[in-house]
Design a protein around this ligand. Structure first.
Ligand SMILES: Cc1cc2nc3c(=O)[nH]c(=O)nc-3n(C[C@H](O)[C@H](O)[C@H](O)COP(=O)(O)OP(=O)(O)OC[C@H]3O[C@@H](n4cnc5c(N)ncnc54)[C@H](O)[C@@H]3O)c2cc1C
Length: 387
C-alpha cells in the first residue's frame, strides 16, 4: 500500500483547507433544532455554491468529480477546520450512493442536484414502532392503484424528519409477502395528501426526531421524474442493504471526524490542570487516539480494496462497531478530564457533554452494535447462527 499523496491530491487538499479556513462558520448551534437547522441550511448552501457540498459527485450535479481519495482528504480537512455536522447527511451520504447505484437516469438527474443544493431535504424512513433491529418486519404498505401507490402505516425515529421535505423508506408492496421479500424502496415527497409529520423531542432537549404517518396517502408515479420507486418493485430489500452499507461503511462516518475529536482531546489534556491528569486517564487518552489512527488506517485499506473493485459487504458492520465505540470512549475520556466541570460544559455544538450524549446513540443508530456483532459473527467469521 502506498500511503503517500500525489501532487494533485495535495493540491486538492490545499484548496479545500484554504476555503474551509475562511468559510467554516462558528456556533451554528445544534442542527437538530428548528432554528439551528435553518442556520445549518445556509451553511449547506454556501458549501454547494462553491462546489464543496458533494466533492466526489459529477460536476453536472454540483460536485468536483473528485476521487474517493480526494473525498477522504476533504472530510479530513472539513473536521480539522471544525466544520459543523452535515444536516443533509442522510440524503448525501445514505440515499445518494443508492441513487447512483440503482436510480434510473431521470431519478439521478432530478434527485441528486436538488439534494446537493439542499433544496430537497431527505430523511430516512426505515424504523417503525415494531420494526427496528428486525427491519424485515416492516408493516407500512404501498398498494398499487391507477397512476401511483396508496401508502399506509407509520415510520418513527426519522432523524430531522420534522425539518425535511422528502423521505426514503421501505414499504411492503406485495401484501402476501413476508420478511425480506415483497418490499419496495420508495422516495416520498412530504407534500402529498395524507402524510402527517409529528416532531418530538430527544432526551438531550433537541427536537430532532419525527414520527411520520401515512393515511391513504396517494403517491403519484409522476411525483418525481423517473418515478418514486428506487430499483425494482418488490425487490427493495436489496436496495436498502446498499443504503445500510453506506451508513455502516465508508460514507456516513469518515475517519477525519474521529481524528479531529482525538486531536481536540489531546488539546484538552494540555489545558487540564495537573491534579486532574491521572495516569489512568492518560493511558485511555493515548489508547483512544491510537484507535482513531487505526480507523484511519483501516479506511485506507478499505478504500484501496474498493478502488480495485472489491465490495465492502458485511465488513461494514465491523467498521460501524469500531467508529461508534471509539466515539463514546473519546468523549468519556474528555468528561473524565473535565471532572465535575463537564456538567457545565453543556454549551454550543461541539461541547464535550453534548457530544457525549450524541456519541451514546452511536451504538444504536445505523443498526445496533449487538446486531452488527451478530452479522460479523455469521458473515465475516462464518460462525453458525444461534439455534
Ligand atoms: C440517534 C438516532 C437516530 C436515528 N435515526 C433514524 C432514522 O433517521 N431513520 C430510521 O429509520 N431510524 C432511525 N433510528 C432508529 C434506529 O435505527 C433504531 O433505534 C435501531 O435500529 C434499533 O431499533 P429499536 O430502537 O426498535 O430497538 P430494538 O430493535 O427493539 O432493540 C432493543 C435492544 O435489543 C437488542 N436486540 C434486538 N434484536 C436482537 C438480536 N437479534 N440479537 C441481539 N440483540 C438484539 C438491540 O441490540 C437493542 O439493544 C435512529 C436511532 C437513533 C438512536
Amino acid at each position: 500500500m502506498d500511503l503517500s499523496w500525489t501532487e494533485e491530491e495535495e493540491s486538492f487538499r490545499a484548496d479545500a483547507r484554504a476555503w474551509l479556513e475562511t468559510n467554516v462558520p462558528r456556533d451554528l448551534g445544534s442542527g437538530d433544532t428548528a432554528d439551528g437547522f435553518s442556520r445549518h441550511l445556509e451553511w449547506e448552501r454556501a458549501l454547494f455554491a462553491d462546489r464543496w457540498a458533494v466533492v466526489s459527485w459529477p460536476e453536472a450535479y454540483g460536485g468536483r468529480d473528485a476521487s474517493i481519495w480526494e473525498w477522504l482528504l476533504f472530510e479530513e480537512e472539513y473536521y480539522r477546520a471544525g466544520g459543523p455536522q452535515r444536516v443533509t447527511q442522510n440524503g448525501v451520504f445514505l440515499l445518494a450512493p443508492t441513487v447512483f447505484a440503482f436510480g434510473n437516469q431521470d431519478q439521478q438527474d432530478h434527485v441528486l442536484p436538488r439534494m446537493a443544493a439542499a433544496e430537497d431535504l431527505w430523511c430516512q424512513g426505515w424504523s417503525e414502532p415494531n420494526a427496528g433491529s428486525d427491519l424485515a418486519s416492516v408493516r407500512s404498505k404501498a398498494t398499487r392503484v391507477d397512476g401511483g401507490w396508496i401508502l399506509d402505516g407509520q415510520k418513527t425515529w426519522t432523524t430531522r424528519g420534522a425539518f425535511c421535505t422528502h423521505l426514503f423508506g421501505l414499504f411492503r408492496t406485495d401484501p402476501a409477502s413476508e420478511r425480506h421479500r415483497g418490499l419496495s424502496y420508495l422516495m416520498v415527497p412530504f407534500d402529498i395528501e395524507g402524510v402527517t409529520v409529528r416532531g418530538f423531542g430527544r432526551l438531550d432537549g433537541d427536537e430532532g426526531f419525527a414520527e411520520v404517518f401515512f393515511d391513504d396517502a396517494f403517491l403519484p408515479d409522476d411525483c418525481l421524474p423517473g418515478g418514486p420507486v428506487l430499483g425494482d418493485v418488490d425487490n427493495g430489500w436489496r436496495v436498502a442493504m446498499a443504503t445500510t452499507g453506506s451508513e455502516r461503511g465508508l460514507t456516513l462516518r469518515s475517519p477525519g471526524r474521529f481524528r479531529a475529536t482525538a486531536q481536540r482531546l489531546v488539546d484538552l489534556w494540555s489545558e487540564t490542570p495537573d491534579e486532574r491528569r491521572g495516569a489512568v486517564v492518560r493511558d485511555r487518552l493515548v489508547e483512544a487516539w491510537m484507535r482513531a489512527e487505526a480507523y484511519d488506517a483501516f479506511t485506507l485499506q478499505t478504500v484501496t480494496g474498493l478502488v480495485e473493485g472489491d465490495e465492502m459487504g458485511a465488513e461494514s458492520s465491523l467498521n460501524k462497531i469500531w467508529w461508534s465505540e471509539l466515539d463514546v470512549e473519546l468523549h468519556r475520556v474528555a468528561l473524565d478530564l473535565l471532572g465535575a466541570g463537564a456538567e457545565l460544559d453543556a454549551g454550543p455544538e461541539g461541547a464535550w457533554s453534548k457530544g457525549w450524549q450524541f456519541a451514546l446513540s452511536g451504538p444504536i443508530y445505523a443498526g445496533t452494535n449487538e446486531i452488527q456483532r451478530n452479522i460479523a459473527a455469521e458473515r465475516v467469521l462464518g460462525l453458525p447462527r444461534p439455534k
